[in-house]
Design a protein around this ligand. Sequence first.
Ligand code: UT7
Length: 332
Amino acid sequence: MTKLRAMITGIQGYVPEYILTNKELEKLVETNDEWIVSRTGIKERRILKGENQGTSVMGIEAVKGLLEKTGTNPMDIELIICATVTPDMPFPATANIIADKVGAKKSFSFDISAACSGFLYALQMGSQFIQAGTHKKVIVVGADKMSSIVDYTDRTTCILFGDGAGAVLLEATTEDYGIMDAILKSDGSGEHFLHMKAGGSRRPATLETLEAREHYAFQEGSTVYKFAVTNMADVSAEVMERNGLKGEDVAWLVPHQANKRIIDATANRMGIGQDKVMMNIEKYGNTTAATIPLCLWDYESQLKKGDNLILAAFGGGFTWGSIYLKWAYDPK
Ligand code: UT7
């Protein structure tokens, strides 16, 4: 039987209009532009403003744009997967809401929770449905409204995160393009270092949890930093090695955008020059599940058919992973 692969045939991003600058953060917490830029590489991030505006709002915009750009009829979409840790509500899934609002009435849809590695998990999951031959058109969304779980009195986290969404269309091919290999990992013993303490079944919302400010993202930054540098580089090296790829064979490293220093260290370990690393952390900050599709969106015009891309992420869970994909189309 002919082997099917899933290839990305379109990419679209969406970021809200409002720009939260480092200067503005200086008014909220004791920080400064110089510290933020030198320690993280972030200059500004986007924030979704307005009442009743959840993550789905950004996911819908990204998917609508993707359908339009690729000339795809929403009724032909068979599956939508949304990676997010900031769903509109605990249930139903944000993917259900996106599917409904974009008119993908024949599609089934579900969310994946894998924090900053969410897009990689969802991409591999979507790819499996295509490879199995059961689904022909799958949309994978990475979307997070991090501003809804960020404590703007905590200088160690509020400078890091932003809001955004990105979506890709996956279709089948029998050629050697698309998702070639993936290594995905998790280690739940990392929960203590990056989590939201309350709001789940272990500690449902109470006055006490609210007063203790437990409904925000908590991170022990320096510990996560060490794990991120080691694991992101290790897993990327592993995926390159088992596919016989050297640094010079890789056209682009597409890393999760958590910290410029983590990205630089990962690229160094992989023997990949700075000019081959996708980076947009300076303008969006860390948008969790959206960082990788937003990078692909920003760099789409520079991507050529046959380019070898290594996608890599590390995040809450801990979760981490790397995907090797061969880009399937030239700039349009
Ligand atoms: O995306 C999910 C995965 N997340 C990550 O990969 C993030 C990993 N971690 C990081 O990127 C970095 O650890 C941070 C950017 C979060 C922090 O950078 P750091 O170099 O590890 O700083 P630190 O936490 O060791 O703090 C150094 C100092 C501390 O002061 P003292 O104790 O040395 O006096 C902090 O209180 O910097 C202080 N500090 C700040 N100063 C000014 C922490 N945040 C700020 C701030 N402005 N916003």
